[in-house]
Design a protein around this ligand. Structure first.
Ligand SMILES: *Cc1c(COP(=O)(O)O)cnc(C)c1O
Length: 369
């Protein structure tokens, strides 16, 4: 048997839509519309419509989106921003480069920021909480809002992985001052390189973001502040525009695969699975299907022998474990989780047989240990 289930297949998107993407490339190139063009503005409008925000503003990547969002919101220099250590280092580096102090906190059993650990990190210098809506699931925003209100803190969302995910019918990225979306190729909505967007509702913040991403230029082109060059390429926006039209189908298939994984793996005692696609308050898009697994490293090797690609997120380290970054915090719960976290494949190249092949292989592994 030569079955193989890759963790992610980078050439697949283009192969699968080759003619359409060549047509888009030709159209945009013939128009010579590469920077701040009509495709970008259409995409921004469509994206804002989709998530129900007042504004969506394309930038070069989601890391820039977070940094620019915080700067546009007037983040205080030296202000502490609490984030969950189970996230990409980008969350922390964006806080750092925006002039803030990143303060890592624990991850909960659901892989999201541990609500109960947030308050113990609050000091007189705390200015904001930045939950990461990890794996395409939104944290309990009622509770985070409650804590933020009580301590007079802002909320910024690292919603890079959560385009389309909802909490109580409200989209990721729309809960606080703003959020970000990443269009990195392996994200649920990916392009052919780096790209990102800021999501926000406030008019002044949106105006600041637009100036910051484009060298600090105001409406008439005059420079009115120190800015960056962090624009979303018009050609990437055109590719994204096309895909956003079919986005709900992409999300539905991901949710279907996740439900099948949950059904078939529910009885494996050695595993802690992600929540079901349909729980009362959450609508998840499953950017990743991340489990906690006993004997994780042996399981990973066993699956590799069966040509099943798996990945330990962030190369196996939580942000507070990067000692060179000198972040405070002893986070035992997070350390424990990181010895067991594993992502199994969930992508659009998979058919139902592939899903079963993965679950059967996992069951075979645990029947032996
Ligand atoms: C991908 C990702 C980012 C960064 O997005 P880029 O577009 O690559 O800059 C930030 N946070 C999380 C949680 C991510 O998964």
């Amino acid at each position: 048997m030569n079955k193989s289930v890759p963790f992610f297949n980078y050439p697949w998107l283009f192969k699968h839509n080759r003619e359409k993407f060549i047509e888009i490339f030709t159209d945009v190139s013939d128009r010579g519309s590469f920077i701040l063009g009509q495709d970008l503005y259409e995409f921004e409008e469509k994206l804002a419509d989709y998530v129900g925000s007042n504004y969506a503003i394309g930038v070069a990547n989601a890391t820039d989106a977070l940094q620019i969002l915080m700067m546009a919101s007037g983040l205080e220099k030296g202000g502490e921003v609490i984030f969950c250590s189970h996230t990409m280092v980008a969350t922390a580096s964006a806080i750092y480069h925006a002039g803030g102090v990143p303060v890592p906190t624990e991850v909960g059993y659901d892989r999201l920021i541990d609500i109960d650990s947030i308050e113990s990190c609050i000091t007189e210098n705390t200015v904001a909480i930045m939950p990461t809506q990890l794996n395409g699931r939104v944290a309990n925003m009622d509770k985070i809002n409650e804590i933020a209100e009580l301590h007079n803190l802002d909320i910024f969302e690292d919603s890079a992985q959560a385009l389309g995910a909802k909490y109580k019918n409200q989209f990721a990225g729309t809960f606080g001052k703003g959020g970000c979306i990443s269009f990195y190729p392996a994200k649920v909505l990916g392009c052919f390189g780096d790209a990102g967007a800021v999501i926000c509702n406030d008019h002044d913040i949106a105006e600041n973001v637009k100036m910051l991403r484009d060298h600090g230029r105001g409406d008439d082109g005059e420079i009115v502040m120190w800015g960056f060059n962090s624009r979303l390429d018009n050609i990437q926006a055109a590719f994204l525009n096309y895909q956003l039209d079919h986005y709900s189908l992409i999300v539905e298939r991901r949710r279907e695969i996740a439900a099948k994984y949950n059904d078939e793996l529910r009885d494996v005692e050695e595993l802690n699975l992600p929540p079901e696609p349909d729980t009362e308050d959450h609508f998840d898009v499953y950017q990743n299907y991340e489990i906690l697994a006993e004997n994780r490293d042996e399981l990973k090797d066993f699956l590799a022998e069966k040509n099943i690609g798996t990945l330990v997120q962030w190369g196996g380290k939580a942000v507070h474990q990067f000692t060179e970054l000198n972040l405070n915090g002893s986070l035992p719960k997070t350390d424990d989780a990181f010895s067991r976290l594993l992502m199994i494949p969930l992508n659009l190249t998979m058919d139902d047989d592939d899903v079963s092949y993965v679950t059967e292989s996992i069951k075979e592994f645990y029947s032996k240990v």
